[in-house]
Design a protein around this ligand. Structure first.
Ligand SMILES: Nc1ncnc2c1ncn2[C@@H]1O[C@H](COP(=O)(O)OP(=O)(O)OP(=O)(O)O)[C@@H](O)[C@H]1O
Ligand SMILES: [Mg+2]
Length: 262
């Protein structure tokens, strides 16, 4: 087994960055998230895993205040979604799957999109800010390019620079390495850790890449059919006896067992 990072302090969190309380969400009649209660400490990197349709993206959207959950509440840095969704949103940067850049805008316009809605920037000020944010994610000389002129890895970096523009205390990544070759995916993984180290942002990373647990997770949140099947340190996750976790980690060995139970 590869070397794991030290487990985080799992004692109850006095001042959590993110507090999730009795969260539940239903699309039409179908519950896709149920009874989720957990605290995430400031600066932690949490890897969010689980099968397709398990509720990972829905959970991330609730945490970021992009979706109004059917039940429960989310509190970020003390600001509750129920009491003040705008303040909650002001704490979170969302890095979307497929980057979700605006095709007709330049990289600079994409990066500044979020803050331009809040405050007017002079051209020089905007250019300096975008240049700095792009340099922070390892991109140079791309301000005036269109997203179609970038590689997939570069687009992911622009998506992160855009999320960082509001100086968020929480960063939410939805499958930041999907569709990338292993080497580019590795550089994005490194960037996630570097960004946390530089900004201190609490980070939730939805991924299908189990290897990321060993590479950067402090804790792992594992969803199965909308419920939390595992929540704990990265090292505990690797040895969890939960059959759904085992099937996820070793599908060749465990899926036949699950199928025979079906
Ligand atoms: N806008 C929506 N309207 C109706 N149902 C939805 C909507 N978004 C998600 N769902 C349903 O909610 C469930 C959870 O979806 P979600 O996208 O959160 O899963 P996921 O774990 O992110 O999956 P994947 O790994 O494939 O991205 C699925 O059954 C999905 O069909
Ligand atoms: Mg998803």
């Amino acid at each position: 087994m590869s070397e794991l990072p030290d487990p985080p302090n799992l004692s109850p969190v006095a001042e959590p960055a993110i507090r999730v309380t009795d969260l539940g969400h239903r699309f039409d009649q179908k519950w896709v998230l149920r009874e989720i209660t957990l605290d995430i400490a400031p600066g932690e990197i949490v890897t969010v895993l689980g099968g397709s349709g398990g509720g990972k993206t829905t959970f991330l959207r609730c945490v970021g205040g992009l979706l109004n959950p059917t039940e429960g509440d989310i509190t970020i840095m003390g600001d509750s979604f129920r009491r003040n969704p705008d303040r909650l949103r002001s704490h979170t940067g969302f890095v979307f799957q497929y980057s979700a850049l605006f095709d007709s805008m330049t990289v600079e316009e994409n990066v500044l999109f979020g803050i331009r809605r809040q405050r007017k920037l002079r051209d020089k000020e905007g250019k300096e800010l975008a240049t700095q944010l792009l340099a922070d994610v390892g991109l140079h000389d791309v301000l005036h390019r269109l997203p179609s002129e970038l590689s997939g890895g570069m687009r992911k970096r622009v998506g992160l620079a855009r999320a960082l523009a509001i100086e968020p205390q929480v960063l939410l990544y939805d499958e930041p390495t999907s569709g990338l070759d292993p080497v580019t995916a590795y550089t994005i993984d490194r960037l996630i850790t570097e960004t946390r180290d530089r900004t201190g942002a609490t980070s939730l990373v939805v991924t299908h890449d189990v290897g990321s647990v060993a590479r950067f997770a402090d804790r792992v949140l594992f969803f199965a059919q909308g419920e939390v099947a595992f929540w704990g340190s990265a090292s505990e996750f690797q040895v969890s006896e939960d059959p759904q976790v085992r099937a996820f980690l070793e599908p060749g060995r465990y899926v036949p067992v699950l199928e025979s139970q079906a």
